[in-house]
Design a protein around this ligand. Structure first.
Ligand code: AR6
Length: 177
């Protein structure tokens, strides 16, 4: 067991489509046929082959995840997950946690070691960042405790306030160890 699980976790500001990790995670919708936000950016950067593969998958329920190749992306794979549309109900948190857990499980199943997440549901789907960050970090830390093979998890954010939310929470968890 590593001394501190969060040694394998970091936050980075920038465009997730530029990262040369084993897999980047896409905050998709249930059709898996593309959209705006990070989904649109990933499809634009990966090229039309990504949409062609997504068409073969038959969609994805909220909270689950599917994997495709990365095509023209520097990342080898894309893990598509569907976050909840924020409603303020307890089930939002359950669904959001399963997005992180199922994405990490797919990475393990495919022998992947590095994975980058956007702030799932925190754009169009309206999840407040300060509620989403503890779910993202705690679910990931619990998963990493049971899976040594994942060596790097990067939370990629666009905005300064999202960066501050992750940094603040990671710092508070580290101080609590
Ligand atoms: N790199 C990193 N983060 C990004 C990027 C990028 N290139 N682009 C946006 N973000 P959103 P959702 C951030 O709306 O809330 C789509 O239409 C963004 O600032 O992309 O899960 C899908 O098809 C925000 O913090 O995803 C669905 O219909 C975060 O990524 C719906 O939006 C997520 O915002 C999913 O909504």
């Amino acid at each position: 067991m590593p001394l501190n699980l969060l040694d394998r976790v970091r936050v980075q500001q920038g465009d997730i489509t530029r990262l040369a990790v084993d897999a980047i995670v896409n905050a998709a919708n249930t059709s898996l046929l593309g959209g705006g936000g990070v989904d649109g950016a990933i499809h634009r950067a990966a090229g039309p082959e990504l949409l062609a593969e997504c068409r073969t998958l038959g969609g994805c329920p909220t909270g689950e995840a599917r994997i495709t190749r990365g095509y023209r992306l520097p990342a080898r794979f894309v893990i598509h997950t569907v976050g909840p549309v924020y409603s303020g109900r307890l089930e939002d948190a359950v669904k959001l946690a399963s997005c992180y857990r199922n994405s990490l499980q797919l990475a393990v199943d495919h022998g992947l070691r590095s994975i980058a997440f956007p702030a799932i549901s925190c754009g169009v789907y309206g999840y407040p960042i300060e509620e989403a960050v503890p779910i993202a970090v705690d679910t990931t830390a619990a998963f990493l405790a049971r899976h040594e093979r994942i060596t790097e998890v990067i939370f990629v954010v666009f905005s300064d306030d999202h960066l501050a939310a992750y940094q603040g929470y990671l710092r508070s968890r580290q101080n609590a160890v």
